[in-house]
Ligand binder design. Structure first.
Ligand code: MN
Length: 500
């Protein structure tokens, strides 16, 4: 889907001329060693590129301007080995448009007790040099990530890795195109929103296309390519007998393949990374796109049902962030509850469109009636999802700002078979518990649609929210409704005061 090694974070060390040439050479040597080590660490999926030590306001400004325009540069990892008076950074930081991670580290792990002298103290000053740098960014109200720890420590690398994944997703979000077939599901509130503001804040554009434009492409799909895709279905999934070659519903499988191929061609031709459709507006389509959406999501495309462009963009962004990690990310919807005392659960699913990447086994390929939409029965993949920690993420438009909400959940295996439920699904328990988790989500205005992730953490999403400068609300193991209600009230005030 995406090769993270095509992206680079610049490792930038600040200093000043006060110390003289010899000290500055040592600073550069140490910086190079750290940058190389970060670059070689498996925890950081992007390249880390060493940049010469900056010592003047002019050098700092030039470097920040270069970072802004350099293709593939996702942001800056900054470290003040020595004292770098922070007024020198004002111009550069004002100009910087890319994310910044402040690595608060020092070259030596331990104090060399027997050897330490004033020369050593003169060289190794990050304990206070980084505080000076931090003050300036706080004074400027700059969002950034602060990572504290020795540069060889696994946790330090892990945190920088998380930040770099969020920064790649942020980079990718700039200029990303979302195709919207038809409009919003009629009268639905949470899936709608301000697309102009979304482009200003997140960088992606959402534009509508008549379903006829897509149908035209679908109708031109060749029989030979349908044969090929049908064969892939038969090889890859447990295709039910009636859908197989010679089965009485086989033509429906061919129709589904034709929709998938046409949809993919349309998205590729327009360089779209995400899309939405709505069952109310699919004139000329034989079936609702079911397996087509599931497989396209598995290839990395974002999707949101019922015209939900915010979730569609979010799902693609989450897939970029998680590139190469085991586990998957999918469009999801809270569907039905199990309110058994002490064992309450949520059944998450959608009519059809759950991504194959979260399947715990070889999916079944089946055809069943849908009940809404007024089309021929759609072909879909049916599966359960693996147990384990997971996340639901929602982006909502609060009128004066976007709010990102995360609920940590624990996915659990279904206790019983669901023989009559012909859709892909997940069972989970929200944290901290069913009642607090659901009440918190509803109080925060979280949507019924989410991006569901098996492999991202709260930290990934929070880092991304800070890069976007949007409100971030966490409902997790430590959430209390009392505190959450206050947080939401105070956030309202904060965004009323600080939003431009
Ligand atoms: Mn829905």
């Amino acid at each position: 889907m995406i090769n993270l090694k095509e992206f680079e974070a610049w490792f930038v060390t600040g200093s000043q001329h006060l110390y003289g040439e010899e000290t500055l050479n040592q600073v550069a040597e140490h910086s190079l060693a750290i940058a190389r080590s970060l670059d070689n660490g498996s925890q950081i999926p992007v390249r880390v590129v060493f940049k010469p030590v900056v010592k003047t306001p002019e050098e700092i400004l030039r470097l920040c301007q270069e970072a802004n325009t350099a293709p593939g540069c996702i942001g800056i990892i900054a470290w003040m080995h020595t004292f770098s008076p922070a007024k020198m950074w004002i111009g550069g930081l004002k100009a910087l448009k890319k994310p910044l991670a402040h690595l608060h580290t020092q070259y030596n792990r331990d104090i060399p007790w027997g050897e330490i002298d004033m020369d050593f103290m003169n060289l190794n000053q990050s304990a206070h040099g980084d505080r000076e740098f931090g003050f300036m960014m706080s004074r400027m109200r700059m969002n950034r990530k602060v990572v504290v720890g020795h540069w060889e420590e696994a946790e330090t690398l892990q945190q920088l890795g998380v930040w770099s994944r969020a920064a790649v997703a942020w980079y990718n979000s700039q200029g990303m195109k979302v195709a919207r077939f038809g409009d919003n599901m009629r009268e639905v509130a949470v899936t709608d929103g301000d697309k102009v503001e979304a482009e200003l804040v997140f960088g992606y554009s959402v534009n509508g296309y008549g379903i006829g434009d897509l149908v035209k492409v679908v109708n031109q799909v060749s029989d030979a390519s349908i044969d090929q895709t049908v064969q892939e279905y038969e090889d890859r999934y447990r295709v039910m007998d009636s859908l197989r070659k010679g089965g009485d519903r086989h033509s429906a499988l061919r129709d589904a393949a034709k929709i998938e191929i046409g949809l993919r061609q349309f998205l590729q031709a327009g360089n779209f990374k995400a899309f939405t459709d709505t069952f109310e507006d699919l004139h000329g389509m034989v079936q609702l796109p079911g397996i087509a959406v599931q497989r396209l999501m598995n290839e990395g495309y974002g999707f949101g049902g019922e015209g939900d462009w915010k979730t569609s963009a979010l799902v693609h962004t989450m897939k970029i962030m998680a590139a190469g990690l085991p586990g998957g990310n999918s469009f999801m919807e809270d569907y039905t509850y199990h309110f058994e005392p002490g064992n309450a659960q949520v059944l998450g699913s959608h009519m059809l469109e759950i991504c194959e990447s979260i399947a715990d086994d070889k999916p079944a390929c089946e055809i069943h009636p849908l009940g809404i939409g007024g089309k021929a029965d759609p072909v879909r993949l049916v599966f359960n999802s693996a147990p384990g920690p997971a996340l639901n993420v929602s982006v909502v438009d609060m009128g004066n700002r976007f709010r990102m909400i995360v609920n940590e959940v624990e996915a659990i295996p279904p206790r019983q078979a669901l023989p009559k439920l012909p859709v892909a699904r997940v069972l989970w328990k929200p944290l901290p518990d069913m009642k607090t988790g659901c009440a918190g989500w509803i109080l925060a205005g979280g949507a019924h649609h989410t991006g569901y992730s098996q492999n991202l953490t709260v930290e990934h999403i929070q880092d991304f929210a800070e890069m976007a400068g949007v409100e971030f609300v966490l409902i997790g193991k430590d959430t209390s409704l009392h505190d959450l209600k206050n947080e939401l009230r105070w956030n309202d005030l904060y965004y009323h005061v600080f939003n431009k």
